[in-house]
Design a protein around this ligand. Structure first.
Ligand code: GSH
Length: 204
Protein backbone atom coordinates (compact mmCIF):
# COMPACT_ATOMS: atom_id res chain seq x y z
CA UNK A 1 0.00 0.00 0.00
CA UNK A 2 1.09 3.58 -0.66
CA UNK A 3 0.19 6.48 1.56
CA UNK A 4 0.32 10.00 0.09
CA UNK A 5 1.97 11.70 3.00
CA UNK A 6 3.20 15.01 4.42
CA UNK A 7 4.51 15.30 7.94
CA UNK A 8 2.80 18.65 8.56
CA UNK A 9 -0.74 17.36 7.95
CA UNK A 10 -2.68 16.50 11.11
CA UNK A 11 -4.93 14.16 9.11
CA UNK A 12 -1.90 12.27 7.80
CA UNK A 13 -0.54 12.16 11.34
CA UNK A 14 -3.76 10.55 12.55
CA UNK A 15 -3.35 7.77 9.97
CA UNK A 16 0.35 7.40 10.79
CA UNK A 17 -0.27 7.13 14.53
CA UNK A 18 -2.83 4.40 13.86
CA UNK A 19 -0.32 2.62 11.60
CA UNK A 20 2.30 2.75 14.38
CA UNK A 21 -0.12 1.68 17.10
CA UNK A 22 -1.32 -1.30 15.05
CA UNK A 23 2.17 -2.41 13.96
CA UNK A 24 1.69 -1.92 10.22
CA UNK A 25 4.62 0.36 9.43
CA UNK A 26 6.30 -2.17 7.15
CA UNK A 27 3.17 -2.58 5.01
CA UNK A 28 2.82 1.05 3.97
CA UNK A 29 5.13 2.92 1.61
CA UNK A 30 5.11 6.67 2.21
CA UNK A 31 5.05 8.79 -0.95
CA UNK A 32 5.37 12.58 -0.96
CA UNK A 33 1.90 14.13 -1.05
CA UNK A 34 2.50 17.82 -0.35
CA UNK A 35 -0.33 19.78 -1.93
CA UNK A 36 -2.34 22.97 -1.50
CA UNK A 37 -5.45 24.33 -3.21
CA UNK A 38 -3.09 26.65 -5.12
CA UNK A 39 -0.44 24.08 -6.03
CA UNK A 40 -2.09 20.74 -6.65
CA UNK A 41 0.10 17.64 -6.60
CA UNK A 42 -0.62 15.98 -10.00
CA UNK A 43 0.14 12.41 -8.89
CA UNK A 44 -2.08 12.79 -5.85
CA UNK A 45 -4.86 14.40 -7.90
CA UNK A 46 -4.85 11.43 -10.28
CA UNK A 47 -5.28 9.05 -7.34
CA UNK A 48 -7.66 11.22 -5.29
CA UNK A 49 -9.81 13.61 -7.34
CA UNK A 50 -10.42 15.70 -4.22
CA UNK A 51 -6.67 16.41 -4.20
CA UNK A 52 -6.20 16.06 -0.46
CA UNK A 53 -3.93 14.06 1.79
CA UNK A 54 -3.97 11.51 3.28
CA UNK A 55 -4.84 9.12 0.45
CA UNK A 56 -4.14 5.40 0.63
CA UNK A 57 -3.54 3.47 -2.60
CA UNK A 58 -4.03 -0.29 -2.38
CA UNK A 59 -2.03 -2.82 -4.42
CA UNK A 60 -4.78 -2.90 -7.10
CA UNK A 61 -4.75 0.89 -7.46
CA UNK A 62 -7.96 1.50 -5.54
CA UNK A 63 -7.46 4.69 -3.55
CA UNK A 64 -9.15 5.57 -0.30
CA UNK A 65 -9.32 9.28 0.48
CA UNK A 66 -10.42 10.91 3.75
CA UNK A 67 -8.70 9.95 6.99
CA UNK A 68 -11.74 8.36 8.73
CA UNK A 69 -12.19 5.94 5.82
CA UNK A 70 -8.46 5.19 5.67
CA UNK A 71 -8.30 4.57 9.42
CA UNK A 72 -11.34 2.28 9.32
CA UNK A 73 -9.77 0.33 6.47
CA UNK A 74 -6.38 0.02 8.18
CA UNK A 75 -8.13 -1.15 11.34
CA UNK A 76 -9.28 -4.24 9.42
CA UNK A 77 -5.80 -5.21 8.24
CA UNK A 78 -4.15 -6.09 11.58
CA UNK A 79 -4.72 -8.62 14.33
CA UNK A 80 -4.17 -6.41 17.38
CA UNK A 81 -6.64 -4.52 19.54
CA UNK A 82 -9.19 -2.60 17.45
CA UNK A 83 -8.85 1.17 17.20
CA UNK A 84 -12.55 1.43 16.31
CA UNK A 85 -14.91 -0.86 18.23
CA UNK A 86 -16.86 -3.13 15.89
CA UNK A 87 -20.31 -2.30 17.25
CA UNK A 88 -22.33 -0.90 20.11
CA UNK A 89 -22.33 2.50 21.80
CA UNK A 90 -18.52 2.39 22.10
CA UNK A 91 -18.23 2.43 18.32
CA UNK A 92 -20.41 5.51 17.96
CA UNK A 93 -18.62 7.32 20.76
CA UNK A 94 -15.24 6.76 19.10
CA UNK A 95 -16.56 7.92 15.71
CA UNK A 96 -18.32 10.89 17.30
CA UNK A 97 -15.12 12.10 18.97
CA UNK A 98 -13.12 11.54 15.79
CA UNK A 99 -15.63 13.68 13.86
CA UNK A 100 -15.32 16.52 16.36
CA UNK A 101 -11.52 16.34 16.31
CA UNK A 102 -11.56 16.32 12.51
CA UNK A 103 -13.80 19.40 12.60
CA UNK A 104 -11.21 21.18 14.74
CA UNK A 105 -8.45 20.23 12.33
CA UNK A 106 -10.51 21.32 9.31
CA UNK A 107 -11.10 24.73 10.89
CA UNK A 108 -7.46 25.14 11.94
CA UNK A 109 -6.13 24.08 8.52
CA UNK A 110 -8.56 26.35 6.63
CA UNK A 111 -7.58 29.27 8.82
CA UNK A 112 -3.93 28.50 8.21
CA UNK A 113 -4.57 28.68 4.44
CA UNK A 114 -6.38 31.98 4.97
CA UNK A 115 -3.42 33.43 6.85
CA UNK A 116 -0.61 31.99 4.71
CA UNK A 117 -2.06 31.95 1.20
CA UNK A 118 -4.71 34.58 0.78
CA UNK A 119 -3.35 38.00 -0.27
CA UNK A 120 -3.36 40.29 2.78
CA UNK A 121 -5.86 42.75 1.28
CA UNK A 122 -8.37 39.94 0.72
CA UNK A 123 -8.19 38.40 4.19
CA UNK A 124 -11.34 38.28 6.25
CA UNK A 125 -10.63 38.51 10.00
CA UNK A 126 -14.22 37.66 11.03
CA UNK A 127 -14.05 34.46 9.00
CA UNK A 128 -10.76 33.56 10.73
CA UNK A 129 -12.27 34.32 14.12
CA UNK A 130 -15.20 32.05 13.29
CA UNK A 131 -12.86 29.18 12.43
CA UNK A 132 -10.87 29.62 15.64
CA UNK A 133 -14.09 29.79 17.67
CA UNK A 134 -14.82 26.28 16.37
CA UNK A 135 -11.37 25.23 17.55
CA UNK A 136 -11.99 26.63 21.03
CA UNK A 137 -15.38 24.97 21.35
CA UNK A 138 -14.00 21.58 20.38
CA UNK A 139 -11.11 21.97 22.84
CA UNK A 140 -13.69 22.66 25.56
CA UNK A 141 -15.48 19.41 24.67
CA UNK A 142 -12.14 17.59 24.87
CA UNK A 143 -11.52 19.11 28.31
CA UNK A 144 -14.90 17.92 29.55
CA UNK A 145 -14.50 14.41 28.16
CA UNK A 146 -10.83 13.62 28.50
CA UNK A 147 -10.96 12.26 32.04
CA UNK A 148 -13.02 9.35 30.72
CA UNK A 149 -10.32 8.63 28.13
CA UNK A 150 -7.63 7.74 30.67
CA UNK A 151 -4.95 5.66 28.99
CA UNK A 152 -7.23 4.39 26.22
CA UNK A 153 -5.67 4.21 22.76
CA UNK A 154 -8.30 4.21 20.03
CA UNK A 155 -9.26 6.33 17.05
CA UNK A 156 -10.94 8.88 19.35
CA UNK A 157 -7.88 9.52 21.49
CA UNK A 158 -5.55 9.40 18.47
CA UNK A 159 -7.71 12.05 16.75
CA UNK A 160 -7.83 14.24 19.84
CA UNK A 161 -4.07 14.05 20.29
CA UNK A 162 -3.41 14.93 16.64
CA UNK A 163 -5.74 17.91 16.94
CA UNK A 164 -3.90 19.17 20.04
CA UNK A 165 -0.57 18.53 18.32
CA UNK A 166 -1.62 20.57 15.29
CA UNK A 167 -2.47 23.54 17.49
CA UNK A 168 0.96 23.34 19.12
CA UNK A 169 2.56 23.10 15.67
CA UNK A 170 0.74 25.86 13.77
CA UNK A 171 -0.71 28.02 16.56
CA UNK A 172 2.11 27.80 19.07
CA UNK A 173 1.34 31.23 20.53
CA UNK A 174 -2.21 30.21 21.40
CA UNK A 175 -2.37 29.01 24.97
CA UNK A 176 -4.98 26.25 25.08
CA UNK A 177 -3.58 24.63 28.22
CA UNK A 178 -4.20 27.18 31.01
CA UNK A 179 -7.98 26.95 30.82
CA UNK A 180 -7.95 23.20 30.14
CA UNK A 181 -5.73 21.51 32.75
CA UNK A 182 -7.22 18.02 32.38
CA UNK A 183 -6.64 18.06 28.62
CA UNK A 184 -3.13 19.45 29.06
CA UNK A 185 -2.30 16.68 31.51
CA UNK A 186 -3.80 13.94 29.33
CA UNK A 187 -2.02 15.25 26.22
CA UNK A 188 1.34 15.38 28.00
CA UNK A 189 1.01 11.64 28.60
CA UNK A 190 -0.41 10.67 25.21
CA UNK A 191 2.09 12.72 23.22
CA UNK A 192 4.89 10.76 24.88
CA UNK A 193 3.78 7.55 23.18
CA UNK A 194 6.30 6.25 20.60
CA UNK A 195 3.63 6.59 17.86
CA UNK A 196 3.25 10.29 18.62
CA UNK A 197 6.96 10.91 19.06
CA UNK A 198 7.67 9.27 15.71
CA UNK A 199 5.18 11.52 13.90
CA UNK A 200 5.97 14.96 15.34
CA UNK A 201 5.64 17.56 12.56
CA UNK A 202 8.80 19.28 11.36
CA UNK A 203 9.87 22.50 13.04
CA UNK A 204 8.78 25.69 11.32
N1 GSH B 1 -11.40 15.37 5.51
C1 GSH B 1 -10.04 15.14 5.06
C2 GSH B 1 -9.24 16.44 5.25
C3 GSH B 1 -7.85 16.32 4.64
C4 GSH B 1 -7.19 17.69 4.44
O1 GSH B 1 -7.79 18.75 4.61
N2 GSH B 1 -5.90 17.65 4.06
C5 GSH B 1 -5.20 18.87 3.73
C6 GSH B 1 -3.80 18.85 4.34
S1 GSH B 1 -3.84 18.95 6.08
C7 GSH B 1 -5.03 18.95 2.22
O2 GSH B 1 -4.72 17.96 1.59
N3 GSH B 1 -5.23 20.15 1.64
C8 GSH B 1 -5.04 20.37 0.25
C9 GSH B 1 -6.21 21.05 -0.39
O3 GSH B 1 -7.17 21.43 0.31
O4 GSH B 1 -6.16 21.22 -1.61
C10 GSH B 1 -9.43 13.97 5.84
O5 GSH B 1 -9.90 13.67 6.93
O6 GSH B 1 -8.52 13.33 5.30
Amino acid sequence: MKLFHAQASPFVRKVMVLIHETGQLDRVELVPGETTPLAANPELARANPVGKIPALMLEDGTTFANSPLICEYLDTTHDGPRMVPASGPERWEVLRMQAIADGLMDAAVLNRYEIMMRPAQLRWPEWSDGQMAKVDRVMDVFEASVQRSGATVDLATISMACACGYLDFRYAGRDWRSARPALADWYAGFSDRPSMRATVPPAG
